[in-house]
Design a protein around this ligand. Structure first.
Ligand code: GLU
Length: 382
């Protein structure tokens, strides 16, 4: 099926065999607004990684064009103009499933440079699929005195229901607010009335396509942005601007993995991890795998792999002291991962093993709250 983009913005599908190739249209140049900096507005930096948020559909070719400089971004989302002055830089142009730890490091370095240059906050445009991994990675790699705000869009700019403009405006408002941590800002409801601000280490994409797909897990969101008023409300547990001094710890150990247990899990999945420096298991309930796998896990640990147990349950915390399998896992040397999300524990393990060579210290760090990823006590009602 060939999809033809009509001038109205709608698509129609036609059988390609019924089409005659006439001529390839030359790309339409992107119209660029000249932006004059307003001295009364704060300066923000927009670091682009390639999501659809700040892109524009070329209606003649149907392709998505990434916008990289301030003029182009503000032309695509004119409402941004009244919020701040923008400088922009691009780290990559990828779908976020192609993100890698090496690009997290480029991103962390770029964000740190932008903050050092004196901007009031940084916005990172990112594909939604792996945004939470990247937000976690930057939460561990950066101590930030200013807001570092990830934003994306679930629906592209050519769709009437696109969430790109509202999410971008709410992200910009958050980046000028009193926040002082890494966050994700996305639609809070299916209406265009407010965005939620989520902590970078406690957020998950919970729906494939809904605009309110992102939810804070295990803690309430750290704030909201009303729309269209752009009023930012930060909750008491949000870290405030200036709490931390800028620091970059960019090392990561990439030889780490994440495996989800399932009934009947083949031992080969674990033995394939021999030689890894770290492995996060997403176990059942309080943090279990089947009894037959425990000797293999012991072998891995004895071979130098740090194994951290998390739970497939979205809420609650791991406790391996209740059932026999749990106690056997502890005896084998497994580290309990508290209430960390499995994917956050993986990113943290990469960071911890990249920065701490002593295994006992590394194990202790895995059980220490470093960036809001580990709650000592569970929030009431969550
Ligand atoms: N798979 C794409 C990504 O995560 C979806 C598009 C988007 O969310 O921007 O990059």
């Amino acid at each position: 099926m060939a999809v033809i983009k009509l001038e109205s913005g709608y698509n129609i599908g036609v059988d390609p065999h019924s089409c005659t190739f006439v001529e390839r249209p030359s790309p339409v140049p992107v119209k660029r607004l000249e932006v004059t900096p307003d001295r009364n507005l704060p300066d923000l930096s927009i670091v682009s990684t390639g999501g659809t948020i700040a892109s524009r559909i070329d209606y003649r070719t149907g392709s998505v064009t990434s916008q990289f400089d301030a003029g182009e971004i503000v032309s695509a989302i004119p409402e941004l103009a009244g919020v701040a002055n923008y400088r922009t830089r691009s780290i990559s142009t990828i779908l976020s499933e192609n993100m890698t730890p090496a690009i997290w490091q480029d991103l962390a370095r770029a964000v740190s440079e932008e903050i050092r240059s004196g901007v009031s906050g940084v916005i990172i445009t990112h594909g939604t699929d792996t945004m939470a991994y990247s937000a976690s990675a930057l939460s561990f790699m950066l101590d930030t005195p200013v807001p570092v705000v990830f934003v994306g869009s679930q629906r592209s700019a050519d769709r009437p229901s696109s969430d790109n403009a509202m999410n971008a405006v709410c992200a910009a408002s958050t980046a000028t607010s009193d926040l002082g941590e890494v966050a994700v800002v996305m639609h809070a409801t299916t209406n265009d009335d407010r965005c939620a601000i989520h902590r970078g280490t406690r957020v998950r994409k919970m729906h494939t396509s809904r605009r309110d797909a992102f939810r804070s897990i295990g803690i309430p969101s750290i704030g909201t942005v009303s729309y269209p008023s752009r009023e930012v409300t930060l909750e008491p547990h949000a870290v405030r601007r200036g709490t931390h001094t800028l620091a970059l710890h960019e090392k990561l150990e990439e030889r780490c993995g994440l495996a989800q247990f399932y009934p009947g899990m083949a031992p080969g999945i674990l033995t394939a991890c021999r030689g890894y420096r770290g492995l996060v298991l997403s176990g059942t309930g309080l943090g279990h795998v089947s009894t037959g796998l425990i000797p293999l896990i012991r072998d891995l640990i004895e071979g130098g792999t740090m194994v951290v147990m998390t739970s497939q349950c979205m809420h609650g915390r791991v406790c391996d002291r209740v059932y026999d399998t749990g106690r056997d896992l502890l005896q084998a040397g497994v580290i309990e991962g508290g209430d960390m999300l499995p994917e956050v524990a993986l990113v943290k393990l990469m960071w911890v093993l990249g920065n701490e060579k002593d295994p006992d210290n590394a194990a202790a760090l895995m059980q220490t709250d470093l960036a809001g990823e580990w709650n000592r006590r569970s929030f009431h009602g969550l």
